[in-house]
Design a protein around this ligand. Sequence first.
Ligand SMILES: N[C@@H](CCC(=O)N[C@@H](CS)C(=O)NCC(=O)O)C(=O)O
Length: 341
Amino acid sequence: MASRLIRYATIASLGLMAQFGVAHAQATLAAVKARGSLVCGVSQGLAGFSQADAAGKWSGFDVDFCRAVAAAIFDDPNKVSFKPLSAEARFDALRKGEIDVLSRNSTWTMGREAALGLKFAGVTYYDGQGFLVAREPAVVSPLDFSDVKICAQTGTTNRDNAADFLTTNNVKHAIVEVGSPDEMVKAYQDGRCNVMTADSSQLHALQIRLAKPGASVILPDVISKEPLGPVVRQDDPQWFEIVKWTHFAMLDAEELGVSAKTLPAAIVSAKPDVKRLVGTDGNYGEQIGLTKDWVVRIVRAVGNYGESFERNVGAFSSLGIPRGLNQLWSRGGIQYAPPVR
Ligand SMILES: N[C@@H](CCC(=O)N[C@@H](CS)C(=O)NCC(=O)O)C(=O)O
C-alpha cells in the first residue's frame, strides 16, 4: 500500500514537472557538476576544428569552445570528455542526452531546431559551401563541371545543397556519399570521386591531408550560407544561456582587448565595460549559474575569440584561413556579441 502510494506520488510529481517544464530545467549544469566533467560532441577528426593527437588529447576551434564552457564551470579546461560523432549521428546523440553540447561544425538551420527539438546557441563560425577539384584540367566554377562525381558526407547540408545547386543549374553530376573525412579523402584520392564538396573551412582541412595538396584547388564560388555553432537541447534554458554567453563573452573579450596576455591588467581595469566582463563589477556570471569571474576563467584557459580563431584555423595555424566574415563587426566582419551589462 505504502509503496503504491509512493509510486503514485512519484508519477504525479513527474507529470507536474513535465507539465511545467521543470523536469530538465537547470538539470544539465547540475548533471555536469555532479559528473565532474562536460561531455562534448565533436567531429571524428578535422584539422583546426577538432582533432585528437596520438596521446588522445583533443584540440581545435570547436574543442576550445567546449574547453571554454568547462573553464567557466570548473575553472579547468580539461574537465571535458570529447565524443567524436559523424554528421549522421550527431543530433541523435544530443537528443538522447549522450552529450551535453554539440560543438561540431554544424550548420544552423530551421529544420534542425524545429523538427529535432534543438537550439543553436550562436554562430561561432560563418562559413559557406565550396568545391575542391584537381588543379588540372583547370575549372573556374562549378557551373563548368560536366559529368562529375562529387563526394559529400551523408547527413550534411552539403550533400543536399550540392544536389540543389547542380540540378537547378543543369549540371550533370552524381553524388558519392561518404561517412567521414577519412573516407572522403580516400575516395577522392582513389578516384571514386573527382570533386569534394564541404563547407570551405572543412575543405581547407581536407586539402592539407591530401598526398599532394598543391595539385588540388578550392574554387572561389560559395554556394550556401553555413552558419556553424554549438547546439543544445531545447529543454534547459539555463544551459542554453551558459553556452550562448560563453561565445558572446569570448567575442566581447576580443572587442574590449581582453586576451590571455592582458588579463592581469583587465582584472584591475577601471573601465566600466571591462569591469562588468571580468566580474569586478556586477554578478553577471552568477545570474546564469556560474561565478563572477567566469569570463576570466574562459580567457585564461582558451583566450578570447580572436586568439582561439588564429591559433586553430587562422594565421597561426596550418590552415591559414583569413578572418573574413568572422572578423569582429567593429573591424569589418559580422561577428557581433550583445554586451555584458
Ligand atoms: N556544416 C555542415 C557539414 C558538417 C560536416 O559534417 N562536414 C563534414 C565535412 S568532411 C565533416 O565535418 N565531417 C567530420 C566528421 O564526420 O567527423 C552540416 O552541418 O551539415
